[in-house]
Design a protein around this ligand. Structure first.
Ligand SMILES: [Zn+2]
Length: 268
């Protein structure tokens, strides 16, 4: 009988973490990485965008901690995510909490308003936790790109040392994301794309990567010196019921996103 191999479960995430732990890779938080004088070799950056619910992020954080890995959790300011007691607990495990900003969306494209909101929200985090890096949230249904505020302003003026979309050199880092509950389909990553020329190496790779087992094999091979893995905690569940609910929701969203891409392509 064939064993049922369900992907995107916390159990599977644990296997992924065990593989990293048994490899010669070292994990870095983004703050640690950006503080290095030269980009370290044999490193993995685990990035988590906490979009909907902090409690699943906490479960992932515990799995990582048990295996001596560190990662970065980018948190929104929404009611179900902005829970300072969780921030402090996750940070106490050695992980980094970052601010997942979406202020251009909130300001409906008004850059001056957006930077005001950015400053206020950043201060709200800093009442509870030290924040050194920020990462934009990409809402596929909004026409704005949140990182565009940095065309006019400089995040360093806010004591921020890096933004993964802008500060990582993707020529040197393999970037893999679970956006849309697959590691493969780049068509559904509306906002989660990096400038094309830097992305070429990744594109070649992406054809061979779709499941978490593929990622596990990639890590075992240790071919690439630097890997950034983006895993959204909302998409990894411990229970089958959660998992089916999320799968249905995700499939509906993917259909929506595919439609948006189709529309944008055909509009031009
Ligand atoms: Zn997000």
């Amino acid at each position: 009988m064939r064993k049922l191999n369900i992907d995107f479960t916390l159990e599977k995430y644990k296997t992924l973490c065990e593989t990293i732990s048994n490899s010669s890779y070292t994990t870095f938080t983004f703050e640690q990485y950006f503080n290095q004088e030269n980009p370290p070799k044999n490193c993995i950056l685990l990035r988590h965008d906490v979009d909907r619910n902090i409690s699943n992020a906490h479960k992932m954080a515990m799995i990582e901690q048990r295996l001596n890995l560190v990662s970065t959790y980018y948190c929104r300011t929404t009611e179900r995510v902005f829970k300072p007691e969780y921030f402090q607990e996750i940070a106490a495990m050695g992980h980094e909490i970052g601010y997942h900003y979406e202020t251009l969306d909130k300001a409906k494209g008004d850059v001056e308003e957006a930077i005001k909101i950015f400053s206020q929200e950043l201060n709200a985090f800093r009442e509870f936790i030290n924040i050194k890096t920020v990462c934009m949230h990409g809402n596929p249904f909004s026409p704005w790109l949140n990182s565009n505020i940095w065309n006019k302003y400089d995040f360093r003026d806010f004591g921020i040392i890096g933004e993964p979309y802008l500060s990582l050199d993707y020529k040197d880092v393999i970037y893999l994301t679970d956006t849309g509950r697959t590691w493969a389909d780049k068509n559904i990553r509306v906002k989660d794309v990096i400038k094309d020329k830097d992305h070429q190496k990744n594109n070649l790779l992406i054809g061979n990567i779709s499941t978490t087992d593929d990622i596990i094999n990639l890590i075992k091979e240790e071919q690439y010196p630097r890997i950034c893995l983006l895993a959204h905690p909302d998409r990894w569940h411990g229970h089958l019921i959660d998992w089916t609910g999320e799968l249905i929701l995700q499939n509906l969203k993917n259909i929506g996103k595919a439609g948006i891409i189709w529309y944008r392509k055909n509009k031009n």
